[in-house]
Design a protein around this ligand. Structure first.
Ligand code: PEP
Ligand code: MG
Length: 325
């Protein structure tokens, strides 16, 4: 199986009816990066920067962060990288940071909320990223954006850091793209505004589904009750893809569902053309893409979503559809 997937490395991910899908890879540590070349993924579509922070004995200094981001750029060579700013809080704890007791950590002080309340930390991280990106393109995205104002505030910090870098005579990146993660359901009602103001969107379906169903993603007693392949989730995901398309902005989905072939099939049918996933998923998802007639899948999924039968999951029906091809 692995060998079979290795053979697909340089095969473009094109559906039977000729639609090309961009497959990217999720990473979090420098040791993950070689998988980019092994899998033939187009870029690192999500670099989770918090892993380095979680392994460090203390808050990494600017220069330590710079060295990691630089090492990532050196290792990816000419491929693009999308760095996500620190997504700590909830289940991701930094042992050296004073923990605050929260009744509901997943709904608490985390990710961009910390970044905006402690802008020194966010500024330092963005400065390290921009410095490391000198002379090349970089994409930076912000986690847990709940409204457009938070995204604008994060953007302003990035713009200030860019100006600072140039003022101090550092080589600036050739291009900086700033994106918002769509993973807090409130953004579903601000989609056109966020799509207009972001350079790109990235859907964090792990969190989006957790918050839509009010079901802790790490608590299987409740997370298994609700299916990602359900009408409410798929309708939400469809709206995000459509808003990106209207605004002419790329929408990538980087949650775990994108790496599961059946879910990925549904995502393509909803309009997704860019998925970022763990390295081991690239082969299986590409194999699905090569075997699918997207036009048929779109028609089929649209008919499922139009049904008002209250079915809690479309999984079996989709599986039958996939198996019959
Ligand atoms: C997500 O929420 O889907 C996501 C990609 O980010 P994380 O799993 O790191 O929260
Ligand atoms: Mg998330």
């Amino acid at each position: 199986r692995m060998e079979q997937y290795a053979k697909l490395r340089d095969v473009p991910a094109v559906t039977k009816d000729g639609v090309e899908i961009a497959l990217h890879m999720n990473a979090g540590l420098i040791v993950d990066v070689p998988h980019l070349h092994e899998t033939g993924a187009r870029s690192i579509g999500l670099f989770r920067t918090e892993l380095q922070f979680m392994l460090a004995p203390r808050f990494p200094r600017m220069n330590e962060q710079f060295l990691l981001y630089k090492a990532v750029f050196d290792a990816v060579q000419d491929r693009p990288v999308t760095f996500r700013t620190l997504d700590i809080g909830s289940d991701k704890i930094l042992p050296y940071m004073a923990t605050i007791d929260e009744e509901n950590p997943a709904l608490g002080w985390r990710a961009i909320r910390i970044g905006l309340d402690r802008p020194g930390l966010l500024r330092m991280q963005i400065r390290a990223m921009l410095k490391a990106a000198g002379g090349r393109d970089v994409r930076i995205m912000f986690p847990m954006i709940a409204n457009v104002a938070e995204f604008e505030a994060a953007k302003a910090i990035a713009h200030r850091e860019l100006a600072h870098l140039e003022r101090h005579g550092h080589m600036p990146p050739t291009n900086v793209q700033l994106g918002a993660m769509v993973e807090v359901p409130s953004l579903l009602w601000e989609l056109d505004t966020i799509a207009a103001r972001a350079d790109f969107l990235s859907v964090g379906s792990n969190d989006l589904v957790q918050y839509m169903y009010a079901a802790d993603r790490d608590n299987t007693r409740v997370s298994k009750r609700y299916d990602t392949l359900s009408t409410p989730v798929l309708r939400a995901l469809e709206r995000i893809a459509a808003a990106g398309k209207r605004a002419g902005k790329t929408v990538t989905l980087c949650g775990e569902m994108g790496g599961r072939p059946l879910e990925a099939l549904a995502l393509l049918a909803l309009g997704y053309r860019s998925l970022s996933m763990s390295p081991s998923s690239i082969g299986p998802v590409k194999a699905m893409i090569l075997a699918v007639n997207l036009d048929e899948a779109e028609v089929f999924l649209a008919s499922l979503l139009a049904r008002e039968d209250g079915a809690p999951s479309l999984r079996e029906t989709l599986r039958e559809f996939a198996a019959a091809r």
